[in-house]
Each structure stands twice: as C-alpha cells, then as structure tokens.
Design a protein around this ligand. Structure first.
Ligand SMILES: Cc1cc2nc3c(=O)[nH]c(=O)nc-3n(C[C@H](O)[C@H](O)[C@H](O)COP(=O)(O)OP(=O)(O)OC[C@H]3O[C@@H](n4cnc5c(N)ncnc54)[C@H](O)[C@@H]3O)c2cc1C
Length: 612
C-alpha cells in the first residue's frame, strides 16, 4: 500500500488523549474545562472500554456505611494491599481525592445505589477495612462511563472513534502529535498536538486466560516506551481469583469480587471453606477466623472481622491454585464460589444482575441455586508507564499518562475498586498537569514529515511482506509463553526460558505477513498490536527475573517471601540507544514520615478521622 505522507489526513488540537475509558475521559473533561481544544482518540467505539465492564464499584472513603472510615484508613489499606511498594504520593493523592471525585460524578448525574439513610451505598471488597465501594448494582463502570461521556461531550470534546494510535511524534525531545489509522478504511491520520495523554488501559491479551477484551494489547505502554518514557513495576501482573473456568469458550471472563462482597464463600471439592487456612500473618488481626464471625461482619457487627474470602486478590488467587494443585479443585480446575447457599434468590438477582445473567447465558448455571466454578484469570497490570505523581507527566516533555496503563499507584497488588477511583483522581490530575504544561509552553512543537513517513512504512510492512509469519499464530505463541512461564507463580528458569522464547518470537514478528489490503483487515490490526504485546511481555519477563523475592502479585517459587531490601527498590525498564530493552533497579527513597506513620499505624489511631 502506498500513501503520500503529504496527503495524510491531519487534525490539530491542543491536546490529544489516547483512550476513552474512565481515565481518558476524566482527563479530557479537565483539559476542556481549562479552555483547551481537546480530542479523544479511541480504538473501539466511544463507550466500549474496560471501564464500562467494571462491576463491583469504586473505592472511596465516603464513610457512609461506616463512619470510622476516612482517607487515612483507605491509604493504609492501599499500602498494605500493595505490600508497601506503592508510590507514596500517588497513594496519598488517591486516598485524599477519591471521595470528591465520586461526589462530583453524582453532581454530573451518576446514579449510585443508596443505603437506608439515603446516601451512596458502599459495599465491602477484598482488602478494604470498611464497606467502601460506591456502586450501581454490578454495573458500576457503565454508570461512571455514561456520566463521563455525557459530561465530556456536552463540554465540547472532539471524539475520533475506531481509530488506533500507533506512534507518538516528537519535535526534538518534546511531544508533537500522534500517528494512527482508521480501523475501517485503513487510512492513516496524524493528530498534531502540544500535549498527548496516554490512557489506553492494560495488556491482558498477552495471556491466554484473561478477563480483558480485544483492545487490551498494551499499545500505550509500547508507544510511551518507544518514545523514551520508562515502564515501572512491570513484574506485578494481577491474577483475579475468580474468573469463569467453564465452559472453555468463556474461560477467564470475570466473576466480580462483589459476589464475595455480598456474602459468597469459596469451597473446595471436599466442601471445605478453605480460605480460613490461608490467612497471612499480616492480615490476621483484621480477618475473621470462623464462619460465624464472617457472618456477623456481613451483618454489620462492627467488632467482627471481615471474611477470609475478602483477603487481597493475590492471596485468594494463590490459595485456589494450591487447592487445585493438592487435588481438591473443582471438576474443571478451579474452586466453587457459592452465593446460593448464603443469600436468597431475590437479593442475588437484585445485587448481582449481570452475574446472574452471565452464568445463565454462558454456562447454563443458575447462581441462585447452584455453585459457580471459578479460577484465576489475568485481570490487571499494576505496572505501566512511569509518571510524576502530581502531574502525571512522563519523562518525555508533553507526554502524560493516567489510568491502568501507568505504574506505581498500586504497588505489588491492586485492591479491587481502587482502579475506578484511580481513573477519576489521576485523570483529573493529568488534565490539570496538561493545562500547566501547555500554559508554560513557548513555541508549538512541529510534526516532522520524516517521522510520519517512517511510521507509515512501519505500519504497512506486514502488508508488503511476501511470505512471512501468521500474526494470529504468533499471538497464540506469545500467550502460550506467558501462561507457561510468566503466570501466577514463576521461577528463574522459567523466566529465562520465556525471555529466550520471546526473543525468537520478536524475530518472527519482524517477518509477519498479512494478505489483502488495509481496508477492514483484522489480520493487519492483529499484526500491529502484536508489536505492542511483545514489548509488554518482554518487559514483564525481564522485570520478573530481576525481582528476586515474592511480593504481592509476583510469586517466585525460587525466592520465598518478601525481602526487606527489595521493598526499597522499583524495577524500571527503558529503551536503550541500540533499541534493546534495558532493565535496572531504582532506589525508591525513604517514605515521607507522615505517610509512613499512617501506613504502619494501628487502626485505632486512624478511625474517626476527618472525611475529605
Ligand atoms: C470485567 C472487569 C471488571 C472490572 N471491575 C472493576 C471494578 O469493579 N472496580 C475497579 O476499580 N476496577 C475494575 N476493573 C478494572 C478497571 O475496569 C480498569 O482497570 C479500568 O477501567 C481501566 O480504565 P482506563 O481508563 O485506564 O482504561 P480503559 O477503560 O481500559 O480504556 C482504554 C481505552 O483505550 C483505548 N485504546 C487502547 N489502545 C488504543 C490505541 N492504540 N489507540 C486508541 N485507543 C486505544 C480503548 O479503546 C479504550 O477506549 C475491572 C476490569 C474488568 C476487565
């Protein structure tokens, strides 16, 4: 395919935001509120992003269901959940501002479920000390995204949908725009911009069993990395404990933690409620040690401790894995999740309507009468693009990032519900950061035609290749490597093997071939996203090999438990001058005293604090 660079369709905006999930839309709203000409570019249709799939809710210390809750307890829970590896300032900002961001959504028209006092209702979730998740049944993401879209569109943001961003353009060291293509026509497009915000979400499609949908191929992480930004904490990949395991066609689809939040319990094939046997010492003081105490907690008794099914995701996922390994798994290699025996049918249908329909339609299981079969599924990337916590700018001037594609905020393990609030807080901060950056910018950066030409050549290479590799088969190979050696548990030998295999795969991917033209050509889309997935996969494998300990979502069978010295280090990945991937350990510095005091404090000193 030939296209003259000079004839490529071009748009010009002050700021271009890549991704129309919660983070991108919240950033767009903030940019546009500051009078910036703001555009959002998204790979699928507006409204189709992971944010819309979020079921359980958004965590914010509103204190509606338990007045003891406040930002400090939320901050402490987040740090403990992240095994103290979280970026201190980001975790502080997140806990401080989540409640305001939820209230703001309500002002913009979001309808959340109510408690008996008429306030936004908050449900319990893993790792959160108190009931903290604002929710709309099990369709919270839909309500949040609908609200952000309505608000943003009425504020005048431009939307370019079904357009895939491929390459960031730079003028010297500064960002100057984005090169991409329309997915239907295959035509190329250039967006000139003074600033770019990446909010492209995760990269679950690198793994075979995942809750993620087709868009999540790590494009934003790859674009940022290739343009000189760092990736951080890539070894921390979250496996959600409860994905569907049967039938095979739906393996990996998420079963919300809300099921356990509403009282669902986990059982093995012997009918044993095994989570009582997997309570880590760190969480013992706040976890119930009997079914009776768990029940009292669910009924709101404040002196009771939360059920062990609501331990953090890394703990629950590994417990299920161990039960399966010991031969006590469910028939299809998972565990049983039972809500039918705990709650009446009417409540299940009202509180968990999507789960009810999901199991009825996809697995022919009535969850009001039968147990579900569930097992770990790759769900979320804690690692991602390294940003400044206050502004969300990367090390590349004019390049910002927010949402799941960034790293740092969640440390070694994200608590459920903390992603939706992360999107709102850091989308907002990114928008403010862009405003400050553009306000101080002198002359506008220019789009350089040789860069556009190079991006175009790279994009059409698979179409111009005569005899090469099939992109679908390479994707399968990649997923096989990641599921085998970069999975929920890892070993040094396995990771070294994965790195060798990924290098071979990279070689094959250079010769990927796609027949036909660029119009409506899914194989071409696959070939282009494969490049991103290989970069992400390599970054995960290299980082996981470097971190010689087990912490949160990163479990090394050859290095037992957390090691103090590793708690002081981040693993950072960056592109080297020769194009190879470099990986290094970076000292995190000491935590600020006031935050360390909260994170390591006992709860009594925090309860009853100020709600912000
Ligand atoms: C099934 C499910 C349930 C979940 N439930 C919860 C929950 O209850 N609570 C919670 O806190 N979190 C939950 N999560 C996690 C949470 O939904 C995500 O982490 C979050 O929505 C990510 O938001 P985001 O704005 O960063 O990206 P997304 O919402 O994932 O949006 C990414 C956007 O980027 C676009 N994009 C990607 N690549 C490109 C490209 N190359 N060019 C142009 N556009 C591109 C996509 O089309 C999309 O518009 C859940 C996730 C899943 C999958």
């Amino acid at each position: 395919m030939n296209t003259d660079t000079a004839t490529i369709q071009t748009f010009e905006h002050d700021v271009v935001i890549i991704g129309a999930g919660g983070a991108g839309l919240r950033a767009a709203i903030e940019c546009s509120a500051q009078g910036l000409d703001t555009a959002v570019v998204c790979k699928s249709l507006l409204g189709k992003a992971h944010t819309v799939m979020a079921e359980g809710g958004a965590a914010a210390a509103l204190g509606h269901n338990d007045p003891r809750d406040n930002w400090k307890v939320h901050f402490r829970d987040t740090m403990r959940g992240g095994k103290f590896l979280n970026h201190w300032r980001m975790a502080e900002l997140h806990a401080l501002h989540s409640a305001d961001r939820i209230r703001e959504l309500e002002e913009w028209g979001a309808v959340f479920d109510r408690n008996s006092d008429g306030y936004i209702n908050q449900r319990p979730f893993g790792g959160h000390r108190y009931s903290r998740l604002a929710h709309t049944g099990d369709r919270t993401g839909l309500e949040i995204l609908r609200t952000l879209q309505d608000h943003g569109v009425h504020q005048g943001i431009h939307v370019h949908q079904e357009c895939t961003a491929l390459t960031l353009l730079k003028d010297s060291d500064r960002i100057s725009g984005v090169f991409g293509y329309w997915r239907d026509s295959g035509r190329f497009v250039v967006f000139k911009a003074k600033a770019v915000v990446i909010s492209t979400g995760g990269a679950g499609k690198c793994w075979r069993i995942t809750s993620n949908s087709w868009e999540y191929t790590g494009d934003g992480m790859e674009m940022a990395y290739s343009s000189g930004a760092d990736l951080i904490d890539m070894e921390f990949t979250q496996f959600h404990p409860t994905g569907m395991v049967w039938p095979l066609s739906v393996r990996g689809i998420l079963v919300t933690e809300g099921v356990r939040g509403e009282g669902g319990i986990l059982l093995n094939s012997e009918g044993d409620r095994f989570m009582f046997r997997y309570i880590p010492d760190r969480f013992r003081e706040e976890t119930a040690d009997s079914p009776e105490e768990s029940q009292r907690w669910l009924e709101g008794e404040t002196s009771a401790r939360r059920p062990p099914e609501l331990l953090t995701r890394d703990v629950v996922a590994k417990a299920i894995l161990e039960e399966v390994d010991k031969g006590r798994g469910s028939p299809h290699g998972g565990a049983f999740l039972d809500i039918a025996g705990q709650r009446d049918a009417e409540l299940i249908k009202r509180k968990l309507p999507s789960m009810y329909h999901q199991f009825r339609e996809l697995a022919e299981v009535d969850i009001t009468k039968e147990k579900m079969e569930v097992g770990p599924t790759l769900h979320y990337m804690m690692g991602g693009i390294a940003v400044d916590g206050e502004t969300q700018m990367t090390s590349v001037p004019g390049l910002f990032a927010c949402g799941e594609c960034t790293g740092g905020m969640h440390g070694a393990n994200r608590l459920g519900g903390n992603s939706l609030s992360d999107l709102l807080v850091f989308g907002w901060l990114a928008g403010r950061g862009v405003g400050v950056y553009i306000g101080a910018l002198g002359n506008s950066p220019q789009v350089l035609s040789d860069q556009v030409e190079q991006a175009r050549r790279d994009a059409v290479a698979p179409l111009n290749c005569d005899d090469g590799e099939n992109p679908y088969l390479l994707h399968e190979e990649l997923q096989y490597i990641m599921n085998k050696d970069c999975n929920i548990v890892r070993t040094g030998d396995g990771l070294e093997r994965a790195i060798v295999e990924l290098h071979k795969l990279k070689g094959k991917a250079r010769r990927v071939q796609v027949s036909g033209a660029s119009q409506y050509n899914p194989a071409w889309h696959e070939a282009l996203s494969l490049r991103s997935m290989i970069v992400v996969a390599e970054a995960v494998a290299l980082s996981a090999l470097v971190r010689q300990e087990s912490r949160g979502a990163h479990t090394r069978l050859d290095f037992d438990g957390e090691h103090e010295e590793w708690g002081k280090l981040n693993v950072v990945v960056s592109r080297q001058a020769d194009g190879s991937m470099g990986v290094r350990k970076v000292d995190r510095g000491s935590p600020p005293d006031h935050l360390a005091a909260i994170a390591y404090s006992n709860l009594d000193s925090l309860e009853g604090g100020v709600h912000v």
